[in-house]
Design a protein around this ligand. Sequence first.
Ligand code: ZN
Length: 411
Amino acid sequence: MLVKRSVMDEVGELIEWLASFGKTAGGGVTRLLYTPAWKEAQHALKKKMEEAGLQAYFDSIGNLFGRLEGTEAGETILTGSHIDTVIEGGKYDGAYGIAASFIAMSRLLQQYGAPRKTIEVVSLCEEEGSRFPLSFWGSKNICGRYGLDDVKDVKDADGIPFLHAMQTSGFSPETYTSAARRDVHRFIEMHIEQGMVLEKNQNAVGIVTHIVGQRRYTIRIEGESNHAGTTPMPFRKDAVSAAAEFISYLTRKAKELDPLLVATVGRMEVKPNVPNVVAGEIEFSLDIRHHKKEIMDQFCADIFTMLEKQSEARQMEFSISQWMDEDPVELDTEMAEWARCIVQKQGTPFQDIVSGAGHDSQVFGTFCPTLLLFVPSHSGISHSPKEYTALKDLEAGVALLEEILYKIAYK
Ligand code: ZN
């Protein structure tokens, strides 16, 4: 008797199988763009797509697609996530989105045959920016925002040029043609939350309404180094004390302004960094995230005005240099509503959620109607071998994705 495998078995097996490419001794996964583990995974996945009856192909930079041709020409619905990981990452980040899309599509094909609209599962070549100092290489190529010119001077930490790495993994810059797509009308990504909101609220699915914008700065305050014993407090130009005042202010302000606003000072360098010397200089990072641009504008204007006033009062110099400015992205409200109706019918506990992390969906979100869905991350842990999502939650995600694809491509 033929025993039909459950979705739970299928998704569990596929996750473990994908994790075998780039498996580390610490139980994690390291699958960096254009490395042997990456190449092996993409080619094995291509074979799997073909076995499932999909037309599998690579674009010129290494995004892998499995196409299920629709009876109506024109629009393509793209669904998937990224195959690359961070160094010593987990099994689920990115991989789950590919596994969920592949299983949902295979099941639809088995049950209903060809769809009305073409569906493609995509294994995006790169999202994390873990090997080269650039992120979203896969999705930004599809959306026409990146091309070869953007990487011609880019090197990894070992000094290997981007184009050389690309060449050695089988994607020759000489045969490059633009990977931009005009036929992609919708993008749907299933991803682990990488936070603890869903688990805390005991929800199995998160429907992402926005992906936060991110601003990053390096701030430097210049004071005057002096003797810690002989310089009276009123005459000091203490850079650490100035930074402490500023950081307490911005932390309090972030809490007051909006409960979803986050501001982080995570790196700090003090000069001369000596116990018995008043610090003459301090440099620190500032990371600000929120899903509404107006809130970020208001916050930045407020805290930087405070820094200016404070520096004037202390007679100290400061500089602010911004090195990241990503606007927040609002995702498609119509598809989000379809998702809510489906999970309600399926009896799956769910909630709306804002993504505090970046995803390929933020690139697609300004290109075509985009839906991003989350399943819980145990204890919110991600980018770690300890990353874990329960099988029942992985299954609920696949069930939702299958229904969404059915609604869009078959009905
Ligand atoms: Zn990811």
